[in-house]
Design a protein around this ligand. Structure first.
Ligand SMILES: Nc1ncnc2c1ncn2[C@@H]1O[C@H](COP(=O)(O)OP(=O)(O)OP(=O)(O)O)[C@@H](O)[C@H]1O
Ligand SMILES: [Mg+2]
Length: 315
């Protein structure tokens, strides 16, 4: 329920006007301007009209999970830096309207600048070009956004940003199977999605939901990444499997998709994210960073192999 304050009885501002307040130089177009009365499932023709092609970006990859808090943003950030360390040009787009965390994890406090062509210039940290939906709109406002507003802001993050030439654009999604993933897949032809999970059964049930959503949207699953797979003792380097063993691996076998690797549960991974220097940037030689490096290599292999036969698995 909305309570009116004194003097608040004028015509309410449109969602677009409210959203534009998030960034002084940004005009957020309303969802209806983009697609009119957007049906739940757009026709192929509508989808083509809506598509932003981003021809200068080779791979556009969403990082998703069915469940919250499994480490999507941590994986997206460290994976992006691992790819950049291997020589790729990488952008990282934080599409989590409900809790954008990438700026914190990447140690960014400032706002992006606007070019003379009225495009947002991504901020650069740890050799990564970065843009967040959090720069465009205050979090508490985005929390109450409905589909059309999310839709227009996702499109702006793609089309109104000077991404330049990139090998990879890694896109961090909010948890679950909601509007953001739908908007993203309607806006650009994604190369594919990565699903992050923990080895537990409950998380794996959510993986199935995530996989089913991308299946419906016609987006290939590039692979599954198992996070918090084991605890690596900092004293003796012994591995302890705190949650169930190999859950992500077994699930990937069941779905017939690539298993890209296991990331240990580790206090330094967590701290590094909190202080804005992801572990792969701060300690590139550590075993934790090596685990992210393995995921990056496996991803590259999947993409190369799919390029060879020009086909990715759409489940
Ligand atoms: N491998 C790990 N070891 C230790 N801590 C981790 C690891 N991965 C993630 N974390 C911590 O767990 C918390 C949740 O991680 P993160 O924010 O990356 O998850 P998320 O899936 O993006 O969450 P949300 O669904 O809210 O977007 C963070 O505090 C992060 O530092
Ligand atoms: Mg996140």
């Amino acid at each position: 329920m909305r309570f009116l304050k004194k003097g608040d009885d004028k015509k309410p501002k449109s969602e677009a006007e409210q959203a534009a307040k998030g960034h002084p130089d940004l005009k957020v177009i309303s969802g209806s301007q983009i697609s009119g009365q957007r049906p739940q499932q757009p026709t192929q023709q509508q989808q083509q009209q809506q598509n932003i092609t981003l021809p200068n970006i080779q791979y556009k990859i969403a990082v998703a999970s069915g469940k919250g808090g499994v480490g999507k943003s941590t994986v997206a950030t460290n994976l992006a830096i691992s790819l950049a360390n291997a020589g790729a040009a990488v952008g990282l787009m934080d599409a989590d309207a409900y809790g954008p965390s990438i700026p914190t994890m990447m140690g960014i406090q400032e706002q992006p600048k606007v070019s003379p062509e009225r495009k947002l210039i991504p901020l650069v940290r740890h050799n990564i070009k970065l843009m967040s939906i959090g720069f465009m709109v205050p979090e508490e406002q985005a929390m109450i956004w409905r589909g059309p507003m999310l839709h227009s802001s996702i499109r702006q993050l793609l089309s109104d940003v000077e991404w330049g030439e990139l090998d990879y654009l890694i896109i961090d999604l909010p948890p679950g199977t909601g509007d953001v993933a739908l908007s993203l897949t309607q806006a650009i032809p994604l190369t594919g999605a990565l699903i992050v999970t923990t080895p537990q059964d409950v998380a794996l049930a959510d993986v199935r939901r995530g996989v089913a959503m991308f299946e419906r949207l016609g987006v290939p699953i590039l692979g599954i990444i198992e996070n918090m797979s084991y605890f690596l003792c900092p004293h003796c380097n012994e591995k302890t499997e705190i949650f169930r063993k190999d859950g992500g691996k077994n699930t990937s076998e069941r779905f017939g998709v690539a298993f890209l690797g296991q990331i240990p549960l580790d206090a330094e991974v967590c701290t590094a994210g909190d202080i804005g220097v992801p572990i792969v940037a701060g300690h590139p030689e550590s075993p934790q960073s090596e685990a992210f490096g393995t995921v990056a290599q496996e991803l590259e292999t999947v993409l190369q192999e799919s390029g060879d036969d020009d086909e990715l698995t759409i489940l």
